[in-house]
Design a protein around this ligand. Structure first.
Ligand code: AMP
Ligand code: SF4
Length: 450
């Protein structure tokens, strides 16, 4: 998973990039980088870590620029290396190009092999490098044509911002899988993964960049190039469920309201008699509020979150993941003791978080623990940019709901049905649901391990 930002502004670009990137930090915590253009050359600052760690020693306020792009990255297992940190830069045909990409190409390996067969060497382990290579190869003075041509070769999910010394360009794949937003006011134009990166700059006007759309921002303003292709949108439903910030408005759906409605639906679908509704913070909080409001069962913060821990999910060994859950979430005995608890979270992936939490909630004195999940069982890996384990490690791919219930130690367990989940979107048919259904909109035939 990643977050991207591109800005053209009369203001202080480096500072604006810093603020916008910080606001989409949830999309990637392993590395961050920015590219700044003074109108002639591109300059890059990047490194491993959080945005405020990478730029801690950089005097961004004094770095003059007219445009720039930025990236936050969460690396898949084994790929957390400094040479993969974006934005990537390339020099070709007397020009400088840079790219930041969110998503994942499913034909990366076969395209890469083709290039290697003709002698190309790569400097990173990222599909973003391949996108940049194709664009620079096809560039003959018209960046839109070059991107369109590259889009004919690449398959998969990509929401990108590209930077040349005098322009930024945003483009989104033909399925619109990962989000991409365009925001503007009289001084600033911004392209970003989520609207929080726009709003942090005090900009109120924004819209989704459409599937297959290319947007160029340069001295002539904002120019949009829509595609002639027939679009079959397949937006990632998991953005609404988990990935995006609660204040994200993507495809006309507000993530907070969506999650709250998921909680309401879940109560309607699987009511339960209990004393308290507790979220797994933060991802389960809006849904637990919805569940509590709909059921009339009081909401309570039964788990205390350590805000300084990163995402537990991303740790590489099972032991590390288990310790990380302990470090991150601690049951509040004074709230839980003697109570029948409804515990609400957005998903069960490996089953580590839920099993550990339920055990500790019981140790803290809960009489009953009823687990409610605001998405269907996660049975298939994602090949489009959401970091998920191999199918063998997805608990729901091997166990039935009843078997999972036993394994995680819940008194009852219920997953929100697919019908209930999709009913909360504006256009249910326009969504990728592959991790729940196995119905991959783009066949992931060429996926290999890094
Ligand atoms: P697990 O412990 O593997 O069952 O993971 C479930 C927990 O991880 C839930 O609390 C989710 O909020 C969170 N989660 C789900 N998907 C992801 C993801 N792709 N990256 C990071 N965290 C996730
Ligand atoms: Fe999103 Fe799941 Fe589709 Fe991946 S497979 S894009 S996580 S809905």
């Amino acid at each position: 998973m990643s977050g991207v930002v591109g800005i053209k502004s009369n203001g202080n670009i480096s500072q604006q990039l810093f603020y916008s990137l910080s606001s989409i930090q949830h999309r990637g915590q392993d590395a961050a980088g920015i590219i700044l253009s003074d109108g002639k050359d591109l300059n890059r600052i990047r490194g491993m870590g959080l945005v405020n760690e990478v730029f801690a020693n950089e005097d961004l306020i004094d770095t003059k620029a007219e445009i720039g792009i930025g990236h936050v990255r969460s690396a898949p297992e084994g790929a957390n290396k400094d040479y993969n940190v974006e934005p990537l830069v390339s020099f070709a045909k007397n020009n400088e190009f840079s790219i930041a990409h969110d998503g994942n190409l499913v034909n990366y390996y076969s395209l890469k092999r083709k290039e290697e067969d003709i002698g190309m060497a790569f400097h990173t382990h990222t599909d973003s490098e391949l996108i940049l290579l194709l664009i620079t190869r096809y560039y003959e003075g018209d960046i839109v044509k070059a991107i369109r041509k590259a889009m004919e070769d690449i398959r998969g999910a990509y929401s990108c911002v590209l930077c040349m010394p005098d322009k930024i360009v945003g483009f989104r794949d033909y399925y619109g899988m990962r989000p991409l937003t365009l925001g503007w006011d009289e001084n600033t134009t911004i392209i970003a993964s989520e609207n929080c990166a726009v709003e942090i700059l005090d900009i109120d006007n924004y819209r989704d960049i459409e599937a297959g759309e290319i947007v160029v921002v340069d001295k002539d303003g904002i120019t949009s190039y829509k595609t002639d292709k027939e679009i079959k949108a397949k937006h990632c439903i998991f953005e609404h469920v988990y990935t995006a910030r609660p204040d994200a408005n993507i495809e006309d759906v507000n993530a907070y309201m969506f999650r709250r409605r998921c909680g309401e639906k879940l109560y309607e679908q699987a009511p339960v008699d209990a004393d308290l509704v507790c979220p797994v913070p933060d991802s389960g909080t809006p849904s637990a509020i919805g569940f509590a409001q709909r059921s009339g069962i009081p909401f309570a913060a039964g788990l205390v979150k350590n805000r300084y821990m990163g995402r537990t999910f991303i740790k590489s060994t099972q032991k590390e993941r288990e310790i990380a859950v302990r470090l991150k979430l601690n049951p509040q005995k004074s709230v839980i003791e003697g109570k029948r608890i409804v515990l609400v979270d957005d998903s069960i992936v490996r089953g580590t978080t839920s099993a550990k939490l339920i055990k500790r909630i019981r140790e803290a004195g809960a009489k009953e623990v009823h687990f409610r999940v605001t998405s269907p069982p996660f049975v298939n890996p994602c090949y489009y940019g959401v970091d998920t384990p191999h199918k063998d490690n997805l608990i729901a791919s091997k166990l039935s709901t009843e078997e999972i219930r036993k394994q995680i130690g819940a008194d009852t367990l219920e997953f929100l049905t697919l019908e209930n989940l999709t009913s909360l979107t504006k256009k249910p048919k326009d969504y990728c649901l592959a991790c729940f259904t196995g119905d991959y909109p783009i066949e992931p035939v060429e996926i290999e391990e890094i």
